[in-house]
Design a protein around this ligand. Structure first.
Ligand code: SF4
Ligand code: FES
Length: 258
């Protein structure tokens, strides 16, 4: 365990833990966009900035990439930190003017207008802040890599290869799940899932043999099953709810050994 200070209060955490994780665990308000507990730290959005005092010096850095260390002193609300945070939030308001989630986040930290845009914030539809969470969940967790950064400068976007329908997307929806800006649209209709944002890549949905509900794409289920070779065959055609019911029923009906 290492001991350190945050906002003049003493804390301790395991070595290797990041400052941002401690801030979140301790309920200390800090904005962030590109961090997710299931993914590696990336340091892209810069919103999680804090002031660090260590080794006789001080500076501002991203808390998601900063490991805790003995004697470290962190301040989350100095005038400099608050100023940097507000400028960044103004930039994100301009970059993703169509995202209600980003507007809510900015408002929570006192930012409702952006100097970096001359159009009405609601008028333009862009919602992506290029945080990269969707790209990383697709490659790090799903091992699919269907999307990535494309283009340069102000034309940078998250996209499928060649800006076309994706042949590798499995339609799992993890990208939309982690997106902090609500920027990815997925529509389930009848027996199809349409990944609207990924050039309307369309996948067949799988029906649960028990509940008769569509619960995931066929390609997604096959992908997960290929990663879990020990999954019993009869489980592969069941929705998560039906699977839980079956496990519970099997447990209750199983003869007990005295
Ligand atoms: S689509 Fe969402 S998760 Fe992906 S980069 Fe944009 S804001 Fe981040
Ligand atoms: S959460 Fe730390 S840089 Fe984005």
């Amino acid at each position: 365990m290492v001991k350190f200070m945050i906002n003049n209060k003493k804390y301790e955490a395991d070595e290797g833990e990041t400052v941002l994780r401690v801030l979140i665990q301790e309920g200390i308000d800090i904005p962030y966009l590109c961090y997710h507990e299931a993914l590696s730290s990336y340091g892209a959005c810069r919103l999680c900035m804090v002031e660090v005092i260590a080794g006789g010096g001080k500076g501002i850095t991203t808390s998601c990439t900063l490991p805790v260390s003995e004697g470290l002193e962190i301040q989350t609300e100095t005038p400099e930190v608050v100023q940097v945070r507000k400028v960044l939030l103004e930039m994100y308001l301009a970059e993703a003017p169509g995202s209600k989630k980003i507007q809510e986040l900015a408002k929570k930290f006192g930012v409702v207008h952006s100097r970096f845009t001359d159009f009405d914030i609601e008028a333009k539809g862009d919602r992506c802040v290029l945080c990269g969470l969707c790209v990383r969940v697709c490659s790090e967790i799903l091992d699919v890599g269907a999307i990535n950064y494309a283009g340069r400068g102000t034309n940078t976007s998250i996209n499928t290869p060649w800006y076309e329908i994706s042949s590798s997307c499995i339609g799992c929806g993890a990208c939309a799940y982690v997106c902090p800006a609500d920027a990815i649209d997925i529509i389930d209709k009848d027996d199809e899932r349409v990944m609207e944002t990924w050039h309307r890549t369309t996948l067949k949905l799988k029906e649960c043999v028990d509940s008769k509900q569509y619960f995931a794409t066929e390609k997604g289920v096959n992908h997960v099953c290929s990663k879990c070779p020990d999954l019993p065959e009869e489980m592969k055609d069941l929705s998560p709810d039906s699977r839980m019911r079956k496990i519970a029923a099997d447990f209750v009906l199983k003869p007990r050994r005295e």
